[in-house]
Write a protein that binds this ligand. Structure first.
Ligand code: AP5
Length: 192
């Protein structure tokens, strides 16, 4: 299974990807996690990304594509993957398409998790207190949501027009959301 998980910041992509990884037995590729690992390691790439991420802006397409190509060069992605956090703009969607074509692959489904923004703000405020992620400040969260609307929402529309989008309600318990995603993948069409 080759799955692309879409959704606003805090919609639950990472949480559900961790569960789907066990269910589908494929690797979870989170571009946010890859970037945070670079920041933690203090690598040149991490130093470039650090401030951009803290503000809630997008790191450059060039850096992201390099990281993604590197990750996809590993054998474990041949059987499938759950891609979380990429693509985030139309240029990245085109780059993903080109990369998968080069690898002789095609993703099976793009799943969008939909959560009311008020709930998202509450979730991320909770995480800010619990974990202190630098981009979970109220200001950065507002900016991340605006960036999502401007840059990433067109990707969702693009996949919808291509008939590749499954829309899933991301509100409710973790089990409920997980069950909806699994159902959406199986049915291959939009569910509420
Ligand atoms: P990234 O790490 O991708 O952050 P994000 O998209 O903002 O996503 P989050 O991790 O905040 O949310 P999520 O949807 O994964 O939800 P989660 O499961 O964590 O990116 C971070 C930054 O890296 C970007 O801003 C950008 O700078 C850079 N970046 C990454 N990819 C990039 C790209 N492709 N191009 C350019 N730049 C890129 O859940 C959130 C919280 O809600 C958690 O506390 C969780 O416990 C809770 N929660 C989850 N589900 C539920 C539920 N059902 N009910 C109640 N609470 C829940």
């Amino acid at each position: 299974m080759r799955l692309v998980l879409l959704g606003a910041p805090g919609s639950g992509k990472g949480t559900q990807a961790a569960r789907l990884k066990e269910h589908l037995q494929v690797p979870h590729i989170s571009t946010g996690d890859l970037l945070r690992a670079e920041v933690a390691a203090g690598s040149p790439l991490g130093l470039k990304a650090k401030e951009v991420m803290a503000r809630g802006d997008l790191v450059s397409d060039e850096i992201l594509l390099g990281m993604l190509k590197d990750r996809f060069s590993r054998d474990d992605t041949r059987a499938g993957f759950i891609l979380d956090g990429y693509p985030r703009n139309l240029a990245q969607a085109a780059a993903l398409d080109a990369l998968l074509t080069e690898l002789g692959q095609k993703f099976d489904a793009a799943v969008q998790l939909v959560v009311d923004y008020e709930k998202i703000i509450a979730r991320l405020a909770g995480r800010a207190q619990a974990e202190g992620r630098t981009d979970d400040t109220p200001e950065a969260v507002r900016h991340r949501l605006a960036v999502y609307e401007e840059k990433t929402a067109p990707v969702v529309d693009f996949y919808r027009q291509q008939g590749e989008l499954a829309v899933v309600n991301g509100e409710g318990t973790l089990d409920e959301v997980f069950a909806r995603i699994v159902e959406a993948i199986q049915r291959g069409h939009e569910v509420g």
